[in-house]
Design a protein around this ligand. Sequence first.
Ligand code: PLP
Length: 421
Amino acid sequence: MRRAFLRGASLQANDAVAGELKDEFPIFRTHAGSGPLVYLDSAATSQKPLAVLDAMEGVYREACANVHRAIHTLGEEATRRYESARTRTATRLGAASRREVVFTRGTTESINLLARTLGEGFSSGDEIVLSEMEHHANLVPWQQLAARRGLKLRFVPVLDSGELDLAAYERLLGKKTRLVGVTATSNVLGTVNPVRSIADLAHAAGALVLVDAAQYIPRSGAKVTELGADFLAFSAHKHYGPFGIGVLWGREALLEAMPPFMGGGDMISDVTLEGFTANELPWKFEAGTPAIAEAAGLEAALDWLDSVDPDALGGYESELAARLIAAFDEIPGVRVLGRAPGRAGIVAFTVEGVHAHDLAAWLDRSGVAVRAGQHCAHPLSRRFGDGALAVSSARASFAAYSRIADADLLASLVRRAREEA
Ligand code: PLP
């Protein structure tokens, strides 16, 4: 029988589960490289299990039609599969209604949607509080909005430990704060932020809360109500689902009050030559033909993730990270960015004398895939850099198919790289 990860089980016991689950990911048999693949770049995108690939192919083979418009059986079946993914997502998130789940292309589009709709209602002098550890996806759309609307952006500093300076955060909140936007998990430091407390403080100041859950959803089964968010964004591709689809969840009353995002088919209930009437939620935010096969893939990914216990999986990934960090700490000249307790399975590090890009290219020759650079978080890389010089780091990130041996192999290769530098 297929096993799930177990909370409280030993690292070795969960490693055996990962070994079994790995067989469900075809990439490890069919990838382009010559030797075995050690994929340690799951924070960039996770690999996809067969169940997800089958669900997507199933749409193209059995139900390839456009949604919402067709009267015919095939169109009804495509619509059923597409809308079923929405219901499944709503249940997974603990949403009050499926009307609260808007499909987008991913986290980035979800945040842009919010900036272009909710944000346009902000006035000159209003403030948005973000953090120094945000991914560009939760920075640039607000910078663009601030320039359009004359808003002020304020930033919660990051401490050397990799945690947010929550005392400074409290001081940033005020009457002018309209929105607090924060990542639940840093894609560089692996820090898991105390989103609930951040949200409670924001609400007490009268501000709304956006949670960037791009790195959080795969590692936690938490419900939006527990997080205290008003909006939450994530991408399917980082949690075993396909590229090209993501979610913006928002409280229904807030979404209802927001204007539509893009214009076109499906987001309208009527159009005249003079104007249009917007469709109901959530379709008012979904202009044009959506990613139908990808929605089916997203539903399969949520099923897959829930079947392995996301919280226990998150714990397993954190333990792999702790093991890797312990090994790195034994290698002189290796520096791990951020030391927050309870970190996720994400470890960014530098190796003295070896540039991160050279290291990544060298690791790749041994079949080990890691990410290198600034991880779409330039301000954070500057914060952990040398003066104005941003730090370029390598990053290992774990997922359900990651093994103890993967972490150990990386540590031994990094030791060699350091010794030969
Ligand atoms: N936010 C965080 C924390 C991320 O790690 C990422 C991707 O790495 C994003 C946002 C953007 O996600 P996407 O490129 O899927 O829109």
